[in-house]
Design a protein around this ligand. Structure first.
Ligand SMILES: O=C(O)C1=C[C@@H](OP(=O)(O)O)[C@@H](O)[C@H](O)C1
Ligand SMILES: C=C(OP(=O)(O)O)C(=O)O
Length: 451
């Protein structure tokens, strides 16, 4: 689905303290992969707790286009009847991925080693994002590519009759690039090896193993992760229970810390070590966050977060932590606006190629609301504790995390905060507004300036 047409401004303002127990929707990374890997297995995969957001539904449609049957059941779970690796049908229409970077990049990997043609399009945000990081290794594996200037969407690919296995060192910290190469390697004979100098989320490796692939992870002498995948396995269907998304949990987590008197519990949050950088950082800043009821579900750590309003202090966030909290910097910057002193965030170059240039979008949003900050090429410094903040309108640039982060700012700021488009939130967290209203927050629709 595209958000290129009707923006829906939303305004948040100070309400009562947040209280209550909530669950956030299922993890986006695991949801995409559940549908993809289910489609590549032979037989029926069941998925409980699938994130029903626009990005994930776009992936479902892409898998249907190559022959998978995906259905919602009466109990809310999904079934995926796979067609099997190597047997994908050629899509009869253009595949529209809307706003979904993960969806399109991983799907290009899957289709790229199959001898079918496919054309991918996206919304204005996705059409600006670099696809060369995935298309280049696919070219090395034998895929033909025609893409717009700078390897942007729209792009068409046709896989070779037989893909070549590849050894590939991922040049930037990106789980999407790592995953796309591994997924292409699934349909190439022999071993595909991915070397990952900086570790990123490992859902592809873990879940492929669960689906029966022969995949191993080791460290080389330089301490880099080396992932070896044997091509052309027979993938076996799985029963998957998707835990709550830690990136979505970041919004109520930060809101409860900065709204005085708040005390909330967020249940069933994924605590995979490659995803918990925000929790670590907020605890270092003085946040009262207790992880309770830690347990393992389907090979992943999960737990409940008890969060109480806290006096935060500014810190330096190590650059090495960036991959484990890459989508959480916008909301961390909001927490930093309420901390005493400066919060320094280095190593943010990847933020420039997300749904928006997130480094610039966050800095402009903070400035519009009277929060002092300094943006450099790859760092952000936020000075917390300014009085009388809020009152601004934030340009979201079709970026769901910018919209949600600044609505959280408005819940704790002296003056209300407006985001120019709340419709984009459906990308990852369609129940955001009702969930926050249930905790006591105030969010209201505003007439668009153009109306
Ligand atoms: O693999 C994934 O599921 C994701 C990887 C990250 O992107 P990059 O790999 O581009 O950093 C992240 O920002 C995105 O929301 C989800
Ligand atoms: C970067 C994100 O997603 P994607 O790359 O899948 O569009 C995100 O959800 O913050």
């Amino acid at each position: 689905m595209s958000h290129d047409s009707t923006p829906t401004p939303l305004t948040s303002s100070m309400g009562t303290p947040l209280t209550g127990t909530i669950r956030v929707p299922g993890d986006k990374s695991i949801s995409h992969r559940s549908l993809m890997f289910g489609a590549l297995a032979i037989g029926r995969t069941t998925v409980k707790g699938l994130l029903e957001s626009e990005d994930v539904l776009a992936t479902g449609n892409a898998m249907r286009a190559v022959g998978a049957t995906i259905e919602k059941q009466a109990d809310g779970s999904y079934t995926v009847d796979g067609i099997g690796l190597g047997s994908l049908l050629e899509p009869e229409h253009v595949i529209d991925f809307g706003n979904a970077g993960t969806g399109v990049r991983l799907t290009m990997g899957i289709f790229g080693s199959h001898n079918i043609a496919a054309t991918f399009v996206g919304d204005a945000s996705l059409s600006k994002r670099p696809m060369g990081r995935v298309l280049n290794p696919l070219r090395d594996m034998g895929t033909n590519v025609i893409a717009r200037e700078g390897d942007r969407l729209p792009a068409s690919i046709r896989g070779p009759e037989q893909a070549l296995p590849l050894t590939y060192r991922v040049p930037m910290p990106s789980a999407q690039v790592k995953s796309a190469v591994l997924l292409a390697g699934l349909n190439a004979p022999g071993e595909t090896t991915v070397i990952e100098p900086i570790p990123t989320r490992d859902h592809t490796e873990k879940m492929l193993k669960g689906f029966g692939a022969d995949i191993s992870v080791s460290l080389n002498e330089a301490g880099e992760r080396v992932i070896r995948l044997q091509g052309q396995p027979e993938l076996k269907p799985q029963d998957i229970d998707v835990p709550g998304d830690p990136s979505s949990a970041g919004f109520p987590l930060v809101a409860a810390l900065i709204i005085p008197g708040s005390d909330i519990t967020i249940e069933n949050v994924l605590l995979n070590e490659h995803r918990t950088g925000l929790i670590t950082t907020l605890i270092e800043m003085g946040g009262d966050i207790q992880i309770v009821n830690r347990r393992e579900t389907g090979g992943e750590d999960v737990g409940d977060l008890r969060v109480k309003a806290s006096k935060l202090k500014g810190i330096t966030v190590p650059a090495s932590r960036a991959p484990s909290m890459i989508d959480e910097y916008p909301v961390l910057a909001v927490a930093a606006a309420f901390a005493e002193g400066d919060t320094f965030m280095p190593g943010l170059d990847e933020l420039r190629v997300k749904e928006s240039d997130r480094l610039a979008a966050v800095a402009r949003g903070l400035e519009a609301n009277g929060v002092p900050c300094i943006e450099t090429e790859d760092t952000l410094t936020v000075t917390g504790g300014a009085n009388d903040i809020g009152g601004g309108t934030v340009v979201t640039h079709l970026d769901h995390r910018i919209a949600m982060s600044f609505l959280v700012l408005g819940m704790a700021a002296a003056k209300p905060v407006t985001v120019d488009d709340g419709a984009v939130i459906a990308t990852s967290f369609p129940t955001f507004t009702e969930l926050f209203e249930g905790l006591g927050a105030r969010i209201s629709a505003q007439p668009s300036e153009a109306a």
